[in-house]
Ligand binder design. Sequence first.
Ligand SMILES: Cc1cc2nc3c(=O)[nH]c(=O)nc-3n(C[C@H](O)[C@H](O)[C@H](O)COP(=O)(O)OP(=O)(O)OC[C@H]3O[C@@H](n4cnc5c(N)ncnc54)[C@H](O)[C@@H]3O)c2cc1C
Length: 233
Amino acid sequence: MARRAVQEVVARFVAGGGEYRHMHAAPGAEPGVVTLNGERRVASAIVYACGPWLPKVFPDVLGGRIFVTRQEVAFIAPPDGDDSFDEARLPGWADFNGGDLYYGFPNLESRGFKIARDTHGAAFDPDTGDRRVTEAGAQLLSAFAAHRFPALAGRPFTEFRVCQYENSSNGDFLIDRHPTMQGVYLLGGGSGHGFKHGPEVGRMMAELVNDGRAPDPRFSLATKQTVQARSVL
Ligand SMILES: Cc1cc2nc3c(=O)[nH]c(=O)nc-3n(C[C@H](O)[C@H](O)[C@H](O)COP(=O)(O)OP(=O)(O)OC[C@H]3O[C@@H](n4cnc5c(N)ncnc54)[C@H](O)[C@@H]3O)c2cc1C
């Protein structure tokens, strides 16, 4: 559903006169320059919202400030004929579990009961990292599901996903200008919770670009440390 939401934003952007291009972007050497699939382009403002790839695009500025971690997600088949895990009867949930947080979603679109652990996994390269779930990870999720939802004990998995958190040091967003490159803006640090904040984060970045205002100190590059100390969940 999140994927469709993003596709809808693109469709509306294009319908509103915007241009969407699927291209690889890299910062140019001069201010206002970006290369798209190697072709040089000039723009008055360039926003890099490259998520877990930001440290690769700006290794000097963000190399040690965005911590990309491997996160495993599992889907479990509810008991046959049992609708108590459907969205009409089960909300999204999070169990803070003394700091080792687990969370999940009901059986949306019959994909299965979704469960994941919020604790940061190992460092992960979004281009080359192994996206096969580990046996240990699957067992951990299955055991926690059985612990909190006994009816799911021993139920088969229907699907796995491995993706990545793009963590800032404290878990807060990065919405700021590049420190030295004129006209370049940095947007990221979703830290495992960025999707739902998309509209507001987008609005804040648009204001930064259009109105030239100062970034909110909370979201500034200056508050992004090189040592992780998560305070925003
Ligand atoms: C397991 C898991 C569960 C999560 N659950 C939730 C949740 O329940 N709620 C929630 O709100 N958030 C959740 N999140 C977090 C959310 O997914 C992220 O915070 C959000 O996707 C970050 O958005 P983004 O646009 O910064 O980065 P991304 O969504 O990663 O997008 C970055 C894009 O940049 C593109 N890109 C990278 N480099 C380049 C380049 N050089 N040129 C061109 N394009 C480039 C990439 O292809 C990618 O499409 C979860 C994340 C994970 C991993």
